[in-house]
Ligand binder design. Structure first.
Ligand code: GRG
Length: 323
């Protein structure tokens, strides 16, 4: 592995550790009543995801920060857990909790996506899906609970500045919704199964289902960090591009990778006759489109110069990832 790849691996590992430690504090304890739903929430959140959305949020905040905020200085260990509403705002870890809320919403979407009524999957992140481990009713409720907790965390623990906190709430809610958002994309995805779709339709699905939340992760971090109009526009472009490329690569991996390396059932898109980039453009052209889209994302970072280093490296990592 080349030197920069090693450095990025370490960067991602450290960021994951910070996010996981805070998620541990924010999620209700497994022994807290009603235990079953809390265990189910933890089963899915701590099954070992890449934490890409929170990491993007943290890094976008770092590059945008006009007050030299660094994640290392955010003092999250001293911050109270969510159940302490009186004191948490003053000690808020701000952007870190925004990042964790994004991961909660992502985990909710995976739990619901895996349900028998949707993708009907048995494995996710290398472990049994939530409904396989806890039953369908608890899995639905665990997903609902993660979505709800995410908005409580955003409302209580977002950035101290009320305008930034509100802007992030609106940003995330919209991206998770039906208008060019995650649920909208998922609906069109389901409705496109076994139908002939064109490039415009598959791009809509990917933009809404996957890219909207990734773009929102980058934008939320930028807003938390106080980005001005131009940096926010550049980061929005970056987020939208890597978000689209992320799902194109996901489609390619579904064709090329094994169930073991993906941690979820490979080859499902073809089995369910899903609208994907490989089904519309073929594998070779899909690879080219993913690479071109990542290149556009990297170009959007130019104004940040050296400060954009990790975001650039993350874009390349997302292009080359194997799971
Ligand atoms: C409300 C019943 C109901 C369902 C909603 C919203 C939804 C279902 C599904 C969202 C669709 C979805 C799961 C989009 C994301 C697709 C995707 C690429 C997931 C994998 O993300 P990674 O690779 O996963 O970041 P890890 O495991 O690393 O976190």
């Amino acid at each position: 592995m080349s030197a920069p790849a090693v450095a990025l691996k370490e960067f991602l590992r450290q960021r994951r550790q910070i996010v996981d430690a805070r998620l541990e504090q924010l999620l209700p304890a497994a022994g807290e009543r009603p235990e079953n739903v809390h265990r189910a929430m933890r089963h899915s959140v701590f099954a070992g995801g890449k934490r890409i959305r929170p990491i993007l949020c943290l890094e976008a905040a770092d590059v945008s920060s006009n007050c030299g905020l660094r994640i290392a200085d955010c003092g999250f260990q001293a911050a109270p857990a969510i159940r302490n509403p009186q004191s948490e705002i003053r000690n808020s870890p701000g952007v870190l909790d925004v990042a964790c809320a994004l991961e909660m919403i992502h985990s909710y979407s995976l739990i619901h996506d895996d349900l028998p009524a949707l993708d009907n999957d048995d494995f996710r992140r290398g472990v049994p899906t939530c409904h396989k481990a806890f039953g369908e009713a608890i899995a639905i409720l665990a997903g609902d609970a993660l979505l709800t907790l995410a908005f409580e965390v955003l409302a209580r623990n977002g950035p101290a500045e009320p305008d930034r906190r509100l802007a992030i709430l609106a940003e995330v809610a919209h991206a998770a919704g039906t208008l060019e958002g995650m649920i909208g994309g998922q609906v069109v995805d389901i409705e496109s199964e076994r139908r002939a779709v064109d490039g415009e339709a598959v791009q809509y699905i990917h933009r809404a289902k996957t890219a909207a939340m990734i773009r929102a992760a980058v934008r939320s971090g930028a807003i938390a960090g106080g980005a001005g109009e131009q940096p926010l526009a550049a980061l929005t472009e970056y987020g939208a591009r890597i978000g689209l490329a992320f799902q194109i690569v996901d489609d390619i991996l579904d064709v090329e990778s094994s169930t073991e390396s993906l941690g979820k059932t490979a080859g499902k898109d073809a089995a369910q006759q899903k609208a994907t980039y490989p089904s519309v453009y073929g594998l070779a052209r899909s690879r080219e489109l993913a690479a071109e889209t990542i290149e556009q994302a990297i170009q959007a970072l130019e104004p940040f110069g050296e400060r954009g280093r990790w975001l650039r490296e993350i874009a390349v990592y997302l292009r080359d990832r194997k799971n």
